[in-house]
Design a protein around this ligand. Structure first.
Ligand code: PBG
Length: 310
């Protein structure tokens, strides 16, 4: 069986998403994501130690600022993500740090861009996103991951990074991001649920699969180094079609709602928790994921080490 196994999994390809929050002495469990916490920087070493001990080599950072406003201050050099990056790269230089670049955690209205009336102004938003990405890289981020879904943002971020000398910093684009109910728990975690309306003018319709190829193709033309599909479990057909068409590595984000469902079903005794975590991860890799972003990353690394999957 192990000789003819088609899918091999390595902890090198796991990415752990984590939440850092402005403030002190915070280690707050996210109610809809039991087992996941928001951390202030004075406590975050507890988590980072676990991450490095687990064998996971990469984290994806989300910031929760002390205050939100209309236009986002996500680009400020002393912002929560920038300080977190600085801290991590100083204390754990071997950890590969990716930052989520978006505005929804920073805006009072919860939308992923600058508003014009009740609509997001795509082009004005690009400037803030590029400035934010640059500030993350200046703080030491190894890679940036724009998740806003504005058109043209990969090209603009690439241009600004290049102009500032960061020609070697890769961009992992949330190329194919559906307008999904599976993000619910994340929005609790980040306080980023839109105050009005929804994200359907910039996130994709779950009915569409060919459109995903178009979105990914644009990102490739704009210079994306890694293409991401999100959510995971319900979108494996889309992942597979990207894998077949493009030569860039493809990442899959198994999102907060997927994590929450497994945790809840396991807590109720309805499923075998470890078996379901392992099987779903294996299937995501089998469908084509080169990289897997998952809240179960640390546990999966352990299961791989113990030979339970791999
Ligand atoms: C920011 C962003 C979201 C997620 C990642 N980046 C939320 C959203 O689009 O509403 C979701 C991640 C998850 O659910 O685990 N735009």
């Amino acid at each position: 069986r192990s000789m003819v196994r088609e899918t091999r999994i390595s902890a090198d390809t796991l990415i752990y998403p984590m939440f850092v929050q402005d403030g002190e002495n915070i280690r707050e469990e996210i109610p809809s994501m039991p087992g996941q916490y928001r951390w202030s920087l004075d406590r975050v070493d507890e988590l980072l130690q676990q991450v490095t001990d687990s064998g996971v080599k990469s984290v994806l950072l989300f910031g929760i600022p002390a205050e939100k406003d209309e236009i986002s201050s996500a680009w400020q050099p002393d912002g929560i993500v920038q300080r977190a990056v600085h801290h991590i790269k100083a204390a754990y230089p071997q950890l590969y740090v990716i930052t989520d670049v978006c505005m929804c955690e920073y805006t009072s209205h919860g939308h992923c861009g600058i508003l014009c009336g009740h609509d997001v102004d795509n082009d004005k938003t690009l400037e803030v996103l590029a400035k934010t990405a640059l500030s993350h890289v200046q703080a030491g981020a190894d890679m940036v991951a724009p998740s806003d879904m504005m058109d043209g943002r990969v090209a603009r971020i690439r241009q600004v990074l290049d102009e500032n000398g960061y020609v070697n910093t890769p961009i992992m684009s949330y190329s194919v991001k559906y307008a999904s109910a599976f993000y619910g728990p994340f929005r609790d975690a980040a306080g980023s649920a839109p105050a009005f309306g929804d994200r359907k003018s910039y996130q994709m319709d779950p009915h569409n699969a060919r459109e995903a190829l178009l979105e990914a193709e644009l990102d490739v033309q704009e210079g994306a180094d890694i293409l991401m599909v999100k959510p995971g479990m319900a979108y494996l057909d889309v992942l597979r079609s990207l894998k077949e068409k493009f030569h860039q590595p493809v990442a899959l984000y198994s999102v907060s709602g997927e994590y929450a469902m497994i945790q809840a079903a396991a807590a109720a005794g309805y499923v075998d928790r470890e078996a379901v975590i392992c099987e779903s991860a294996v299937c995501m890799y089998r469908a084509g994921a080169d990289l897997l972003i998952t809240y179960f990353a640390m546990e999966l690394a352990q299961y791989i080490r113990e030979g339970r999957i791999g």
